[in-house]
Design a binder for this molecule. Structure first.
Ligand SMILES: Nc1ncnc2c1ncn2[C@@H]1O[C@H](COP(=O)(O)OP(=O)(O)O)[C@@H](O)[C@H]1O
Ligand SMILES: [Mg+2]
Length: 356
């Protein structure tokens, strides 16, 4: 069993509040990803969970026990850092053994068994005699993960563990982390600024901005129903197009590029923002579309093209099969998949609840 509960957690440095009133429960065996732009307070939050930073106010519970003021080594948590933080003068084996020798009463044979098992899982058995400088970045990262695994903690904390790896290796390690989580039933809290890592790894995702939690939910839930325009544009690439519109009070929204307007139904405030993802827009002939625009730029990305279309002063990106992608400069008609489009309050950016 391992649940982690953050209750009204705040952090101030000097007098500036950096993390504001975080309430979040991580369930047993969950892979919770804390995602957000650089500087939003992810590492600070994780370090408070680890006990590496004091909690200014609020409460932290692990398995229901208040550990707000408990020393880090007594929290039964292991953390893996972006920088790996391996001891340079020790072999991979010693790096993995060191913490166990210091903090547990395990026998040499027990420690050895744990290291062999972790090395097997991580495919680093052949590397155990090497020092960090004799290992590649990916191998170092495995050793750092191994060092956490051998401790068999209740909870694993990861702070951007893949950021120093090249794209291909990052992709592979992502798959391996997912496998480890599933096979070993780990409870993980994972910090990243990378929305793709968040979407692919998380059983749930907690999206942060400026020290505040914006939304917590399953990846697809956040993708399909973002709670505000910040989450809407952070998750998904290329990002969701946001088109400011006026509503006529009878469920129809208008924009300079919309002709007669688009019927979306429901009761709406006067000023709304229509949010459409690139895959929810399709090209039709210029006269036939819900909207009419001008192609600014077309980017081929293999089988698909990303087409940037100006709707008056606004812009949307359309993901289109290459064969159907119009050329820059052409006038096009656009249809939106209204079953998936979202509306936000123009003033606050908050999602307007759909009736569905
Ligand atoms: N020890 C510290 N003293 C003062 N400010 C800090 C300290 N650590 C982090 N901060 C500030 O807190 C904010 C959040 O930092 P951090 O949690 O590292 O963000 P993230 O991990 O999301 O990039 C940043 O503005 C950062 O400059
Ligand atoms: Mg950080």
């Amino acid at each position: 069993m391992a649940t982690v509960q953050l209750k009204n957690i705040c952090k101030s440095y000097a007098k500036r509040e950096t993390v504001h009133d975080i309430n979040l429960t991580i369930e047993d065996h969950e892979f919770m990803v804390l995602v957000g732009p650089s500087g939003c307070g992810k590492s600070t939050t994780l370090r408070m969970i680890a006990g590496l930073e004091d909690i200014t106010s609020g409460q932290l519970l692990i398995d229901g026990v208040d550990v707000t003021d408990t020393a880090p080594q007594k929290r039964d948590i292991a953390m893996v850092f972006q920088s790996y933080a391996l001891y340079p003068h020790m072999t991979a084996y010693r790096n993995m053994a060191f913490g166990l020798m210091k903090t547990t009463r395990l026998s040499k044979a027990e420690i050895d068994a744990r290291i062999r098992e972790a090395a097997e899982i991580l495919h680093i058995t052949d590397l155990l005699d090497r020092r960090p400088k004799e290992l590649s970045g990916g191998e170092r990262q495995r050793v750092a993960i191994g060092r956490a695994l051998v401790r068999q903690p209740k909870v694993f904390l990861f702070d951007e563990p893949l950021s120093n790896l090249d794209a291909k290796l990052r992709n592979r390690m992502r798959g391996e982390l997912k496998r480890l989580h599933q096979e070993l039933g780990l409870t993980v809290i994972y910090v990243t600024h990378d929305q793709i890592e968040a979407m692919t790894l998380g059983t749930r995702v907690a999206m942060m901005s400026k020290g505040q939690l914006q939304q917590v939910g399953a990846p697809m839930e956040i993708y399909m129903r973002p709670s505000n325009t910040f989450v809407a544009t952070f998750i998904g690439s290329p990002e969701m197009g946001l088109v400011p519109c006026r509503s006529d009070g009878a469920g129809r929204i208008g924009h300079a590029a919309f002709g007669a307007g688009i019927d979306v139904g429901g009761e709406l405030p006067d000023e709304v923002i229509l949010g459409v993802r690139p895959e929810e827009i399709s090209f039709v002939t210029a006269a036939a579309g819900m909207a009419r625009g001008r192609v600014e730029r077309t980017e081929l990305i293999g089988a698909e093209a990303l087409v940037e279309v100006a709707l008056g002063a606004d812009r949307v990106v359309v993901k289109s099969p290459v064969a159907l992608a119009p050329e820059a400069g052409s006038e096009v008609g656009l249809d939106f998949d209204l079953s998936r489009a979202r509306l936000f309050h123009a003033g606050t950016g908050q999602a307007i609840a759909s009736e569905a």
